[in-house]
Design a protein around this ligand. Structure first.
Ligand code: SF4
Length: 678
């Protein structure tokens, strides 16, 4: 008899700004097809290629974790034996209890990130459990996105910018450090719509990406020099009479201090420092001065360097200086996560955290694991929603830390990743198709909810249930540890927020997304949304960032290194960071792109295998000679798994783990390397 086929609504949970609505075809409790649905008008039936191609194999393929496991081989080797859930919980309870008795609960560290973006899987019962346990807190924002968010909050406060759909109304669109066609796909139709109506498109990106090829103007600047370019544009605006004096007088703090910094850089200075044409700097300034509405979309690529916060802040200053806010299509496509009525205090229950509990920065975990003087030392790690072995900067150091004999490592994931191979106990997590969740977004303003489309596979459990069971095993009897998924949803969002129109979050329809508006209208800064900074104005000189990071104003300093090439590692079109990487091992490691002049200087030809190294590690890649990267810059895609590599190292091994100017954020693109034939 033919299997019965049904279609069910769902949502893509991956670490992507778009958060597409899905229609999932299910046969015999198996996902057999995925296509875009129109439930979310922004994504409107269109998906990237990654999800329909990869997700069924991710959920049902050979790599899927089906039972709890106990390690029987060496760390990283990947040899395990199946155990029962009861045995797994007992093991974790026994080892965590011993660690707490010897060193206190702070010696336990949850090492979680943003694999799934649902509010329940991403941070709900898990955080309640670790908070009650008294485990060290992890600041995970510095790994990605935290710099941009802090720059936004410091400049405008926790308010939403314009919806991406408003780009259709713009006459000038500046896409700055955002590979839209791979990583923000659904912005593209709105850009196209605007261009059909005559809008100009400027792309600022070191690489000549697909959207850069289509742009009216592409500035292929050197990584880490964005702040200089934005300062020079601000100074050019001033020279051209492009500062809106009335607007800045009423609404902007710190203009004189900011402009004193900006005036130090002429368009010629910016051209020399950033490696772009002087005329292009002036064209950008001229267009930004004369064209309105003007929308700027800032991606995450430009934050990943020691000047990252400064670069983003200087870009955020441009619409304030030029008075571009207050109209549809004007301002900044940013701050979407502040469009949703989230209630993290009720969901994660930070009130359960014991006084004095320390917080560790996620990008410092490798250093802390090897720090004999850390008090208390880290004696147990729980890795979930994360593949740190592949994605952390200075990945070799992290691996040395995770390989410590005296460290107890627990892992939970949907599939057997490189990081799970370091765990003593591995727990099989349900994919998002197997549990209910709520999905706000960080790149658009539509709220979505999903029910499971298939039951948990084999012995897999949703994250919420894993941590409910752990809480019970540890004797946490408070009702907050027995909350159902529906109750967690009702804790995740403010049920009294007028945008929910009286519908409880757990009852939101799954067939259509809900627009996050301001009293029924699109959010537009300086029309119906106003800065929530300490001064109530746009703060180019930020009291918030001064207090937190001693960074009242943007700044710039070049990276000093004895290695001459800048290595950048942007996102892949095959993976979401490292998710789905296990399905692409046979593809091999991504190539290294190098400018023809740099290849010639090293006697390298297209297609040869090269070694790329610095003091932190060495990787071996096929060379692609291409003028899609500027001189002095080499690029390879992030997130490949260790099995793609002939020496067990991937690009993150070469990325330094120092901190950016704000948010103590990661500086992947500060990697400096040399390249030679193998
Ligand atoms: S990864 Fe992004 S673009 Fe692709 S389906 Fe998911 S949300 Fe949509």
């Amino acid at each position: 008899m033919a299997a019965m086929s049904v279609e069910r609504p769902s949502v893509c949970p991956l670490d992507c700004p778009d958060t597409c609505s899905l229609t999932v075809t299910v046969e015999d409790d198996r996902v057999v097809g995925i296509r875009g649905s129109h439930a979310n008008p922004y994504t409107d039936g269109v998906l990237c290629a990654k999800v329909p191609q990869e997700y069924p194999a991710f959920v049902h393929g050979a790599g899927r974790l089906r039972t709890p496991l106990r390690r029987v081989g060496d760390r990283g080797e990947g040899r395990f034996e199946p155990i029962t859930w009861s045995q797994a919980l007992d093991l974790i309870h026994a080892r965590f209890t011993a660690v707490i008795a010897a060193h206190g609960p702070g010696a336990i560290l949850p090492l979680n990130y943003a694999g799934p973006h649902g509010m329940l899987a991403g941070g709900s019962m898990d955080l309640r459990f670790f908070h009650k346990l008294g485990a060290s807190l992890l600041d995970r924002r510095p790994l990605c996105g935290g710099i941009r968010t802090e720059a936004w909050v410091g400049t405008f406060g926790p308010v939403p910018g314009i919806r991406p759909e408003q780009v259709a109304d713009a006459r000038l669109i500046v896409v700055w450090g955002n590979n839209v066609t791979w990583s923000n796909l659904h912005l593209m139709p709105w850009i196209n719509r605007a261009r059909k109506a005559g809008a100009r498109l400027v792309v600022v990106d070191p690489r000549r990406t697909v959207i850069a090829r289509r742009a009216d103007l592409h500035l292929a600047l050197r990584p880490g020099t964005d702040v200089v370019l934005a300062w020079a544009v601000a100074a050019e605006l001033e020279r051209r009479g492009g500062i809106d004096r009335a607007f800045v007088g009423r609404h902007v703090e710190g203009v004189d201090e900011f402009m004193a910094l900006a005036r130090r850089f002429s368009s010629a200075d910016a051209a020399r420092i950033c490696g772009v044409d002087r005329g292009d700097v002036e064209t950008l300034a001229e267009w930004y001065h004369t064209l309105a509405p003007a929308a700027i979309s800032v991606g995450n690529g430009l934050e990943r360097n020691q000047n990252g916060g400064s670069g983003i802040r200087a870009i955020f200053a441009l619409p304030a200086l030029a008075g571009k806010f207050g109209v549809p299509g004007g301002g900044l496509v940013n701050g979407a996560s502040f469009a949703f009525p989230k209630t993290p205090g009720r969901l994660a229950r930070p009130d359960l955290v014991p006084a004095g509990t320390r917080t560790l920065n996620i990008i410092d975990v490798g250093r802390h694991l090897l720090d004999a003087s850390l008090a208390p030392p880290i004696k147990a790690v729980f890795i979930y929603n994360h593949n740190p072995v592949v994605v952390h900067p200075d990945a070799n150091r992290l691996r040395r830390g995770l390989a410590r004999d005296d460290l107890f490592v627990v892992g939970a994931d949907v599939v057997m990743t490189d990081s799970m191979k370091y765990a003593d106990v591995v727990l099989p997590a349900a994919s998002h198709f197997e549990h209910a969740d709520l999905y706000p977004a960080y790149g658009q303003h539509w709220l979505q909810r999903a029910e499971p489309v298939i039951p948990p596979q084999n012995e897999a459990l949703p994250n919420t249930e894993i941590f409910r069971r752990l809480a019970a095993r540890f004797g946490f009897t408070d009702p907050v540890f027995r909350a159902s998924d529906a109750e967690l949803m009702d804790d995740a969002l403010d049920p009294d927020d007028p945008r929910l129109a009286g519908v409880r979050p757990s009852r939101l329809p799954t067939e259509r997304a809900l627009a996050m508006t301001v009293e029924g209208e699109d959010a537009i800064l300086f029309k119906n949304v106003f800065p929530k900074t300490p001064s109530g104005r746009v703060e180019l000189a930020s009291a918030y960032l001064e207090r937190k990071y001693d960074a009242r104003l943007p700044s710039w300093r070049p990276v000093e290194s004895r290695y001459s090439l800048t290595l950048i590692s942007p996102a892949s079109d095959r993976r979401i960071t490292s998710t789905f990487g296990g399905l692409h091992v046979a593809d091999g490691i991504p190539p290294l792109e190098m400018h023809p002049d740099d290849a010639r200087a090293r006697g390298l030809r297209d297609g040869v295998r090269v070694r790329v190294w610095n003091d932190l590690g060495e990787i071996h890649l096929p060379l692609r000679v291409s003028d899609a990267v500027p001189r002095g810059v080499v690029a390879t895609l992030k997130g490949a798994w260790l099995a793609t590599s002939d020496n067990g190292q991937t690009v993150s091994a070469l990325c330094p783990a120092h901190h950016a100017d704000i948010s103590e954020g990661a500086c992947f693109n500060d990697a400096r390397v040399e390249v030679a034939a193998t």
